[in-house]
Design a protein around this ligand. Structure first.
Ligand code: SF4
Length: 293
């Protein structure tokens, strides 16, 4: 099968089969990112996709879910994605849903009706790296869209009844900017219906443009305590009825719970963590995991 960038998935996507509809990343210039740097973005042809789908039973058995590979497998053309779903259901009848990573602009070339059709065909819960609802932060990390553009696409997904997961990149704004990032990102998500709100913590990895900006004094990282204060504020402001998850290795705490039911307990837990926190030890953890990414 064709996995030129290896197999990447969020921690909770453990029992999937995998398939490639695009390689690399259509954007590939987020300043903190270490993925797909030597891989050109390419939309895979339906002939290649079909050949891979025929190999899924031998490679992955009878998966219920397929997780598309590459940074934004949902950026494939609508017709290709619909044909992919049809072929998956034909050759791998166990498949119920098709996930994958997505960018906000993976949806901008698809109409509300097309998204409704994709949802009926099994596309569900792509992991969208929204990261922030603050235009200053989005620009600072070069995400390639504004908060208003993110909101427009997420509202379209809701209107189409399309299930999706969003991510918040805790610490992306840098030193002194966490609380504003928390407020504006919670405001971006207010009134939307994500199945899950995920969070990960920014880790500035050597070799990235963001690392070079830190070296030159152009970007100041949040302290680890600041990141904890930011995530506390983000959860406090979050109004969604959703699953909250932060199980990524970058996080200083790993929890999964339902909001708003568990909000008070979760906030108390994080406050407790902040009160007993040791910045030096947390920073050591951050340094250690730079090798993971
Ligand atoms: S963070 Fe995602 S969208 Fe940004 S460059 Fe990396 S893979 Fe592409």
């Amino acid at each position: 099968m064709n996995f030129p960038g290896g197999i990447n998935r969020p921690p909770y996507e453990t029992a999937d089969g995998y398939l490639t509809t695009t390689t690399g990343c259509s954007h590939n210039t987020c300043l903190f990112c270490t993925y797909f740097k030597d891989l050109k973005f390419r939309k895979v042809s339906i002939e290649e996709i079909e050949a891979d789908i025929r190999e899924i039973p031998a490679a992955f058995g009878s998966p219920k879910r397929i997780f598309l590979q590459g940074a934004d497998g949902y950026s494939a053309d609508y017709d290709v994605l619909m044909k992919t779903a049809e072929l998956l259901h034909r050759y791998v009848p166990s498949v119920e849903t098709i996930g994958g990573y997505a960018r906000i602009d993976s949806f901008s070339d698809k109409t509300e009706q097309q998204l409704r059709n994709m949802s009926s065909a099994g596309f569900a819960n792509p992991y969208i790296g929204v990261e922030s609802g603050d235009d200053v932060v989005l620009k600072r990390i070069n995400k390639g869209y504004t908060a208003a553009q993110a909101r427009e696409q997420l509202e379209k997904l809701d209107a189409a009844g399309f299930k999706y997961i969003v991510n918040f990149l805790n610490g992306a704004g840098g030193h002194g900017y966490g609380l504003q990032n928390a407020h504006l990102t919670a405001a971006l998500y207010d009134g939307l219906h994500p199945t899950m709100v995920n969070t990960s913590m920014l880790t500035v990895v050597p070799g990235t443009p963001l690392y070079r900006a830190v070296q030159k004094g152009l970007y100041a990282e949040s302290t680890e305590t600041e990141k904890l204060e930011e995530i506390h504020e983000f959860i406090r402001c979050l109004t969604n009825d959703t699953i909250f998850m932060n199980e990524h290795a970058s996080n200083l705490l790993h929890v999964q719970c339902r909001l708003p039911e568990s909000k008070d307990r979760l906030l108390a837990f994080i406050r407790n963590l902040i009160d007993g926190s040791d910045e030096k030890r947390m920073r050591e953890y951050r340094e250690r995991i730079t090798q993971v990414f």
